[in-house]
Design a protein. Structure first.
Length: 565
């Protein structure tokens, strides 16, 4: 890791300090506008919109940075200015603007207090200019990060949001005006868009641009509106532009990440049913595979039944479609072999055969087979039969193997996968890294902020792990606030670097519970095969390293260095 490169927390701190350093000049300008409007509303009425925008911008940005009192004052100013702008009586407006004087004074006083409290956090450093930053790719290569465009003309606020979404595993690009956003979309289509509504060129310029783009490209971009306004007209414009969600500022990054996941679920690792077709006749297998592939399934063909064990481990199918009669191994024998493996006892197996004798079909199914489809198949019937059984099995398997809160593998499933993954690593002569993660001071979070806040932390960590790790890696909630990772084919040093990056990014996720804002960290221990050659010793070594990380002060990663297994 480059020690000279600023950490994410340092970048966030600089953004906060940048905002505070710019506030005096912005307040002075607002004071001048207020004075001009107080002296002669009619001559300076156009500045009322600018003053309203000042309060609106400060409210959103201050809230995002955790300056709640300043945000509250700005919110009061925004409400007053909105009412004044809407009034048709300039004399009345000139009279009602008076309270803004004391409000601006209160904001200046609040700013002094904030600057005093934050003076120890590099307060003397000059504020960096805002840059359209391209985030670095994940340490684990080969998994494309979803590209998200954020278009908002309040850079300080959206920068912090972008940093947190980056921590969840998204690639973020910023735009502060609709023109540059439009040009970027025409050059490279994003996976999703987060768009503000109000821009200097129009009160609905953001959603108007989305509507125009949908006409040009022929389809609506997956879009979320993030706006300081939550009124009916703004929401109606978002609906008409094809936007799929609407958030008012400040929005939690966790909520936005959840909605982005929902919008992008078509690209998720589990979107296709996986079907293994076992038939010694390649042409027949290819035909059935083609039918299923046309229906949107992922299909692998196996022409030699002796490869069934490797195919099950490598492909992890949701259903096996097998010919009943094969020269080397019959479908009945094949099913019996599969049922010998505890992890595949419930895997659906369906026979494909020209056998029409009901008694023989019944006898063949006694080894625990789900169904019998007679050749030649009707494509629609084949698809319906496969989808029904595979989806049902996937649902049941998820209920049995997944943690209900996080969606990760539960303790039992993770333990079973540790044994099978270790056996595979031994057979392939490759590394297997075990990582045990534990949230720091999690009980204090539950006690102080409540169990709903604790659940929010657990969900956030599980979301980061799912986004940032490979589909071949195994992620489990081992118990309570403890998680287990099984990383295949990587070195302990590589795993340490990866987990440290995850740890740093997770520590910068901001959580909320009522008016309170807090962060959370985790500690981790790492062990590796072939340093340890038994599943229990692998897990215990990672646990010992985890406890060492806790004892050394938490929020760190320790790698087990064994003397002997």
């Amino acid at each position: 890791m480059d020690v000279n490169k600023p950490t994410l927390q340092e970048k966030l701190t600089r953004l906060r300090m940048s905002f505070l350093s710019q506030m005096p000049a912005r307040l002075d300008k607002a004071q001048q506008q207020f004075s001009a409007l107080s002296d002669d509303w009619d001559s300076h009425a156009s500045q009322a919109v600018d003053l309203h925008r000042f309060f609106h911008s400060i409210k959103g940005t201050a809230s995002s940075f955790g300056f709640t009192d300043l945000a509250h004052l700005a919110g009061e100013g925004e409400t007053i200015m909105l009412a004044l702008i809407e009034t048709q009586d300039s004399t009345e407006a000139a009279t009602q603007i008076a309270p803004l004087g004391s409000l601006l004074s209160a904001m200046k006083q609040q700013l002094k207090q904030l600057q005093s409290h934050t003076s120890s956090d590099n307060g003397t450093q000059s504020a960096p200019s805002f840059e359209m930053e391209q985030f670095e790719s994940n340490l684990i290569a080969g998994k494309r990060k979803a590209l998200i465009y954020i278009c908002d003309d309040e850079p300080e606020q959206v920068s912090q949001l972008g940093y947190q979404l980056h921590c969840f595993g998204y690639s973020i690009e910023f735009f502060t005006d609709t023109l540059s956003f439009r040009e970027a979309v025409m050059k490279r289509r994003p996976d999703a868009v987060i768009m503000d509504v109000y821009f200097p060129n129009g009160s609905t310029a953001g959603t108007d641009e989305l509507a125009r783009l949908s006409q040009v490209i022929g389809e609506a971009l997956p879009a979320i509106v993030l706006s300081g306004y939550g009124d009916f007209e703004a929401r109606l414009g978002a609906v008409r532009a094809g936007c799929m969600a609407y958030f008012t500022k400040p929005a939690r990054a966790l909520d936005l990440a959840a909605k982005l996941d929902e919008l992008l679920e078509g690209d998720s690792r589990e979107e296709q049913l996986r079907i293994l077709v076992v038939d010694d006749e390649p042409e027949v297998a290819a035909y059935h595979s083609l039918i299923l592939q046309e229906a949107g399934m992922s299909v692998r063909q196996l022409h030699d039944p002796s490869g069934i064990l490797d195919a099950l481990q490598q492909f992890n199918p949701d259903l096996v479609l097998a010919d009943m009669y094969m020269p080397r191994c019959t479908g009945v024998e094949l099913a019996a072999i599969v049922r010998q493996l505890p992890e595949y006892v419930s895997l659906p197996i369906v026979y494909l055969s020209s056998e029409t004798n009901r008694q023989k079909q019944f006898s063949a199914m006694q080894v625990g087979v789900e169904g019998f489809i007679t050749k030649p198949v009707v494509p629609e019937e084949l698809v319906a039969a496969v989808v029904l059984r595979a989806e049902r099995m996937r649902t049941l398997r998820a209920l049995m193997s997944r943690d209900s809160l996080t969606g990760l593998y539960n303790h039992t499933s993770t333990t079973e996968m540790l044994h099978t993954s270790l056996a595979q690593a031994m057979r392939l002569e490759e590394n297997l890294v075990v990582v045990m993660l534990d949230l720091d001071n999690f009980k204090a979070i539950n006690d102080l902020h409540g169990h709903m806040a604790g659940d929010q932390v657990l969900i956030a960590l599980s979301r980061i792990l799912r986004h940032r790790l490979r589909s071949s890696d195994i992620i489990g909630r081992y118990g309570g606030e403890e998680f287990a990772l099984l990383l295949k084919g990587v070195t302990p040093g590589y795993a340490e670097k990866l987990v440290n990056q995850l740890r740093e990014d997770f520590s910068n996720i901001a959580f909320t519970a009522g008016k309170a804002r807090f962060n959370c960290t985790f500690s981790a221990g790492i062990s590796c095969y072939p340093d340890y050659t038994h599943a229990d010793s692998l897990r215990l070594a990672a646990d010992r390293a985890l406890y060492q990380a806790k004892n050394q002060g938490r929020n760190q990663v320790v790698v087990s260095r064994p003397k002997h297994d």
